[in-house]
Design a protein around this ligand. Structure first.
Ligand code: ADP
Ligand code: MG
Length: 360
């Protein structure tokens, strides 16, 4: 589906990607993570053929992107939906028009557009807002419109570049569930993100890159910092040909040149910054997990109330039930709802790093 084979891209000596080989299969949901400047945007731009690789091969949907003629680029891009952190909706168009626009530019008939847009708007949960303008929508709703626009032409791949970066934790999670649903319907998803909590909860493949290289490719694991440090202290700075490339090998106790000292200082500074970033991310993840757990519990409680109400209504409406049967039905419904609520809350806690949130 998306295949990078020894792809290198540099910008006037700056590393963009450095000999990257990655294979993403059709139907996968992949997170692309890594510090700022790692090469994430370069990766996406190469897929879209917004930039060209210096060397290596890139194929998307079986088409060789690296040698693709200009004539085929629009068709290639049409097969890739894209969603951004800042939504990028057209302010003077309604929700319907924003989504329809993506179809108009591919020259589809008004009839097809009229038929195809409403179900997509319903799928993303904004079927009731067709006539609203973007500024009449919340951030989460705007992102839903952007997602609708990205998938309306039924692309095989959906690329999301920090789609939850401007959303509060709850809304972010709703958007993730929507993306997951779209993925379950068969669309391959590649999502760039810094949201550790989301990555950890989603349990999908995570590709981490730094300094233009893949430093980790694992399921369900955001934390790439350990690998980052190894790369910084060994491979990246010294190069494997110096004989220090093996991780864990003690560096030879040769006398330190000025360049060595400078390098060590840079390493230390970089590591300190990484450590700071990691602590900040952990704190943020904990904070978000706590909010999430509380919100989930609240939601579960509300659901429970609704269930009880419903049970009461059902019971009252059925004239043939005895008083005891009504009571039994109510008790059973309440127990079930309570059970659900507990499960929801537990799930919310187990999604966070906290272990003390268990029952009892
Ligand atoms: P990310 O999206 O992970 O933050 P990028 O792919 O944007 O990283 O950038 C990777 C590296 O390439 C960075 O060092 C960045 O400074 C450099 N870079 C990206 N675009 C350009 C450009 N147009 N000109 C020069 N350097 C660039
Ligand atoms: Mg970027």
């Amino acid at each position: 589906m998306i295949e990078f084979s020894h792809v290198t891209k540099s910008y006037d000596g700056n590393i963009g990607l450095d000999d990257v080989s990655i294979n993403i299969d059709s139907g996968e949901f992949v997170f692309l993570v890594g510090p700022s400047g790692a090469g994430k945007s370069t990766f996406i731009k190469l897929i879209l053929k917004e930039i060209d690789a210096d060397s290596g091969r890139i194929t998307v949907n079986g088409h060789e992107v690296t040698t693709m003629s200009n004539r085929l680029i629009p068709e290639h891009r049409r097969n890739i939906g894209i969603v951004f952190q800042d939504f990028r909706l057209l302010a003077n168009k309604t929700v319907f028009e924003n989504v329809a626009f993506a179809m108009e530019i591919t020259h589809q008939t008004p009839r097809t557009i009229k038929r195809q847009v409403p179900p997509v708007l319903s799928l993303v949960g904004i079927g009731d807002y067709v006539d609203r303008y973007p500024d009449e929508l919340s951030a989460g709703e705007q992102q839903r419109v952007a997602i609708a626009r990205a998938i309306v032409n039924r692309p095989t791949v959906l690329i999301a570049d920090e789609p939850t970066g401007n959303l509060d934790p709850d809304t972010a999670w709703e958007i993730m569930k929507l993306l997951e649903r779209i993925n379950e319907k068969g669309t391959t998803i590649l999502m760039v993100t810094h949201a550790k909590d989301i990555v950890d909860r989603m349990n999908k493949r995570v590709i981490a890159i730094d300094n233009g290289r893949v430093i980790q490719d694992e399921f369900g694991k955001y934390d790439y910092h350990a690998n980052l440090r190894r790369v910084v202290s060994s491979e990246e700075e010294n190069g494997p040909e110096e004989g220090l490339g093996t991780i864990g090998t003690k560096p030879a106790p040769a006398k330190k040149t000025h360049r060595d000292k400078k390098r060590i200082k840079t390493d230390e500074k970089k590591n300190r910054q990484l450590e700071k970033d990691r602590i900040k991310e952990d704190k943020e993840a904990q904070r978000i997990a706590a909010i999430k757990a509380k919100e989930d519990a609240k939601f579960a409680a509300e659901e429970q109330k609704k269930e009880k109400k419903k049970a009461r209504r059902v019971a009252r409406g059925d004239k043939n039930l005895t008083h005891d049967e009504v009571a039994d039905a109510l008790a059973a419904a309440a127990a079930e709802a309570e059970d659900e609520a507990r499960k929801e809350a537990e799930l919310a806690y187990s999604g966070s790093d906290k272990k003390e949130g268990g029952k009892d």
